[in-house]
Design a protein around this ligand. Structure first.
Ligand code: ATP
Ligand code: MG
Length: 473
């Protein structure tokens, strides 16, 4: 393999995983990596800053790592990795836009971001490895590209253990920007060998369950149209959830990993957390069915809100688990380092104020860089907490709240110390049972924090949310 063949290979891979060809800078980085050039030299030849070229390079290695199911692709080993893959017949360009990569093959004539195997097409690799490792069929068309990613080792280990332990339904919960999507993208290379099929779908356009299931079955059938069911599904519940289509049959006969992102879109606004919009209630029965039926597949849900029935289904020894994703810890300092902020001794204060939310931290780091030349202390000297672009993000969460939730969160915003909910103030027109229900719902939306004081639970909210609510008045 020479550098041009390597470029052709990576270009096919980029096209099939991102829908886009490599641009000239990406090609220059690959050529440079092939010839062992430094980022500085590549940047000079391309009239770009070294920092920018490194960022582009980092994304490229991430893309290759995910697509090849190898966590370790880097500038230093890129050439060796490709040469090794070719030497072991794991990579071959076979013309007509098809490449074969280990247990994955990709057809770049498809414009969508798909990695699918083509069992009927024989090549040396397929012959050589057909007895060793089953093929994985990947469709990450709906997933964003992986980006810079720090830590989350313990969360990744927990998720991996749950999957190895045959958990059937996993919900990853957290506010917008906390890193649910990024974490799940990191998980895929770690566990993909466990599955026959992996598919990622975003519910951002709120698809009805029947059309989502048709889409999933089509993928499991290698793109072939889904036949109308010859006999109705045996159980009424199954008929209600699948419209008679046997998705469960595929989940039983193959090990499938289905990732559904942005599932809050199927829940109603102005109702307590996790209540389905009219016409979407059958998703609840679907999630229950996935948990309770016998199969070895796994469904991962990424959401701002916990679906109503999950609380009743989950448990330590049960095949349904939830991961509440909290903010990054000290590793979030990397975000500030990357953005070139000064005064590292102040960074932990900033991380605490913005609760380690990587998106919030990125937004605030850009502001500190742009307005204060990177001086964190100058930023912190202001009395009020800066929100800027965060306001519209928080608005989306706030718009979903019921009137009672808005009342309760406004009370918490006005209470500087964590509040004891057994002492309801008079202006809060909620009975004790109502307040409990409302606090549970705010918890299921990741909007309140619980702290223990003198052995009792007290409730509070993050400084950013307090600032947002106070500014709204
Ligand atoms: N561990 C991490 N290290 C560095 N950056 C991260 C990390 N996790 C997330 N990010 C970055 O933070 C931003 C938000 O992450 P992500 O999109 O995964 O959040 P999310 O929880 O899925 O949000 P939403 O609910 O709005 O979809 C992205 O730019 C992502 O690259
Ligand atoms: Mg997301």
């Amino acid at each position: 393999m020479d550098v041009e063949e390597a470029l052709e290979f990576v270009d096919h891979l980029a096209l099939t995983t991102t829908g886009k060809h490599l641009d000239s800078l990406q090609k220059a980085i690959l050529r440079g990596a092939w010839d062992n050039q430094k980022y500085k030299e590549i940047a000079q030849h391309h009239n770009r800053s070294e920092k920018y070229v490194k960022e582009v390079g980092f994304k490229l290695w991430k893309l290759l790592s995910v697509a090849l199911g190898d966590e370790q692709v880097s500038k230093a080993n890129f050439r060796a990795k490709l040469e090794n893959l070719q030497a072991s017949n794991i990579v071959s360009l076979v013309g007509n836009g098809c490449i074969h990569i280990g247990n994955i093959s990709a057809d770049s004539s498809q414009s969508s971001k798909k990695l699918q195997s083509e069992p009927q097409q024989k090549n040396k690799f397929n012959e050589k490895t057909s007895n060793s490792k089953p093929k994985v069929h990947l469709d990450l068309a709906d997933a964003p590209e992986p980006n810079l990613f720090y830590n989350r080792t313990s969360e990744l280990t927990t998720l991996e253990n749950w999957i190895l332990g045959r958990t059937r339904l996993i919900t990853i919960l957290g506010l917008s920007g906390i890193g649910k999507t990024a974490l799940t993208l990191q998980l895929i290379p770690q566990i993909q060998h466990e599955f026959d099929y992996i598919i990622w779908r975003s519910l951002r356009n709120s698809p009805p369950l029947a059309s989502l299931q048709t889409d999933l079955i089509k993928f499991c059938r290698g793109g072939a149209p889904v036949p109308a069911p010859s006999v109705p599904a045996p159980y009424p519940e199954e008929r209600a959830t699948t419209g008679g289509l046997p998705l469960l049959e595929y989940l039983r006969s193959h090990r499938c990993l289905i990732i559904l992102d942005d599932i809050q879109t199927i829940f109603s606004s102005q109702q307590l957390a996790g209540n389905y919009q009219p016409g979407y209630e059958n998703y609840g029965a679907f999630f229950k069915q996935i948990t309770e039926s016998s199969h070895n597949s796994c469904l991962i849900l990424l959401s701002w809100e916990k679906p109503r029935e999950i609380a009743a289904l989950e448990g330590e020894n049960r095949p349904c688990k939830s991961l509440q994703l909290n903010g990054l810890d000290l590793e979030a300092q990397e975000i500030f380092r990357e953005k070139g902020l000064a005064e590292p001794e102040k960074w932990s204060e900033l991380i605490d104020l913005y609760r380690g939310n990587p998106l919030w931290l990125n937004i605030v780091a850009i502001l500190i860089h742009d307005l204060f030349g990177g001086s964190v202390s100058e930023f912190l000297s202001y009395d009020t907490l800066f929100l800027g672009d965060l306001e519209s993000l928080l608005q989306q969460h706030f718009d979903r709240l019921t009137a009672s939730e808005q009342q309760a969160i406004a009370w918490l915003a006005n209470t500087p110390e964590p509040a004891d909910i057994s002492k309801i103030p008079e202006n809060l027109q909620l009975s004790p049972p109502e307040l409990l229900k409302v606090m549970q719902s705010l918890g299921r939306r990741s909007l309140v924090e619980t702290v223990k004081q003198n052995g009792r639970s007290h409730f509070t909210i993050a400084p950013v949310i307090r600032e947002y609510i106070t500014n709204k008045k």
